[in-house]
Design a protein around this ligand. Structure first.
Ligand code: GTP
Ligand code: MG
Length: 437
């Protein structure tokens, strides 16, 4: 909850939280304001006092919250003297201004809070630029709010208030910064696209899911990595891709990415589009769900919605119900998956339960998209033999007439193409007709 982003101050902002439930908002939002509390924690803030929730048919245009609620919160502000009030909704610039006037304290809306967390977590150049871009676009229509204290000179004949002039300068600078950020990002994105294209021979598996579902923990467990995983929203902001060696030695690339959240700021989704796309282009998409969460169903739908908003054809192939070590009632898992067309696997990334089944599922997808080939290589060509063996998927090896090796492999079309390139004219490929084996 600081600007500029990435503050290293140890100071913890004390905040009062409130929110309005509008028709169509998920149930989760009701009651405890538990999600916004977790978000405040992730922004290193501390919630003081009770939260204020108001259910309304439609927002009050000027202040979002109703008059009575604004008064009630004013009393809480007087009592607790917080650094800010966090409103778990998006506010228009005018609503933010009006509430700050009414409460005499800084007001932070949901988008700003989420942007702040992202700013704290960004580790790569790309993530930092993406967050800064989203922050600046959020700030643009709100610049005026920062200059309200200078507005008194407004309207005097023949004068333009110093606030106005400053505002114009700020706008110009901000626009220039936004253009620079976009330019630098597009350079990084093009470079990454080339990297992704260079992997085209490999079978790729992408992990998506609500924040805190356990994606990074699963990636670490399956690939023996040690990426940051923690009980907080948005522990991961970047795409990480790791090699996953399957029991039959075939290699797939497993990618982890930023978690989703319901009602994500659209600036942020737009900024992170490139990062997400990298994962979403995977051959196989796994949707990881925290099955022990009371709002698991809502979270699953939120993920589906974000995916659908990015591309209509995006549908996860496998639903991974994680954290089953914390689920007592197996029936609840049944209710969660309902009539989902995806393959469902129950796992615990923590204890390792169910991971063998998940591996089988991934292997069988890989098999479906693979074909079997006999590769003939001179026995003396150690290099080519090594390349074929390293590609994985080796099923048989046989020496023919002491001069030629026959290696039978089962690989995805991409991996086979890559192997053909690597081995050049040193190897002869002969497809094995299915069923003849
Ligand atoms: N009990 C239990 N806890 C788990 C399991 N898997 C992950 N966790 C915990 O859940 C928390 C979140 O895990 P992460 O792997 O960071 O989740 P993520 O989906 O990567 O979250 P973001 O990066 O924030 O989107 C951590 O505290 C994990 O230890 C599980 O199977 N059982
Ligand atoms: Mg993570």
């Amino acid at each position: 909850m600081s600007r500029p982003p990435q503050s290293t101050q140890a100071h913890h902002d004390r905040v009062v939280v409130c929110g309005v439930i509008l028709p169509g908002h998920p149930q989760e939002f009701e009651g405890e304001l538990s999600e916004v509390r977790a978000l405040v924690g992730a922004a290193e803030g501390v919630v003081v006092g009770e939260g204020f929730v108001q259910r309304r048919e439609r927002p009050t245009p000027a202040t979002l919250l109703g008059k009575g609620k604004v008064e009630e919160i004013r009393t809480a502000v007087d009592q607790h003297k917080p650094d800010a009030v966090v409103v778990d909704n998006d506010l228009t610039p005018a609503q933010g201004r009006n509430l700050e006037k009414a409460w005499g304290v800084r007001v932070i809306d949901r988008s700003e809070l989420i942007l702040d967390i992202f700013a704290r977590r960004a580790q790569t150049r790309q993530a930092s630029l993406q967050v800064e871009l989203a922050q600046n676009e959020y700030l643009m229509p709100r610049l005026r709010r920062m200059w309200t204290h200078l507005e008194r000179t407004e309207g005097a004949i023949g004068t333009r208030g110093p606030g106005e002039t400053q505002l114009e300068t700020d706008r110009r600078l901000l626009n220039r910064r936004i253009a620079d950020l976009k330019a630098e990002l597009s350079v990084i994105e093009r470079r990454k696209q080339r990297q992704v294209a260079s992997r085209s021979g490999q079978f790729t598996v992408g992990l998506v899911g609500y924040t805190n579902a356990g994606k990074s923990t699963l990636l670490n467990r399956l690939t023996g990595s040690q990426e940051f995983a923690a009980d907080m929203p948005f522990a991961t902001l970047d795409t990480r891709t790791r090699k996953w060696v399957l029991p039959d030695k075939r290699i797939v690339l497993l990618s982890d990415t930023v978690g989703f959240l319901q009602r994500l700021p659209h600036h942020l989704v737009a900024s992170f589009h490139a990062t997400l796309e990298e994962t979403l282009q995977a051959d196989l998409l796994l949707h990881v769900v925290d099955a022990s969460h009371p709002d698991a169903g809502t979270q699953m739908r939120a993920v589906d919605e974000v995916l659908a908003s990015m591309s209509a054809r995006l549908r996860p192939d496998v639903l991974v119900l994680n954290k089953i070590d914390r689920v007592d009632d197996p029936l609840s898992l049944h209710l969660l998956t309902g009539d989902s067309p995806a393959t469902v696997v129950h796992v615990s990334a923590k204890t390792g339960r169910g991971l063998d089944r998940l591996t089988e599922v991934v292997q069988s997808y890989l098999d479906e998209r693979s074909s079997t080939v006999d590769i003939f290589v001179p026995v003396t060509d150690g290099r080519t033999l090594a390349s074929v063996r390293a590609a994985g998927g080796l099923m048989e090896e046989e020496v023919l007439e002491e001069t030629t090796m026959r290696l039978r492999v089962r690989l995805s079309a991409g991996a086979l193409g890559l192997l053909r390139q690597r081995t050049g004219s040193h190897a002869r490929f002969a497809p094995v007709v299915e069923g003849a084996r």
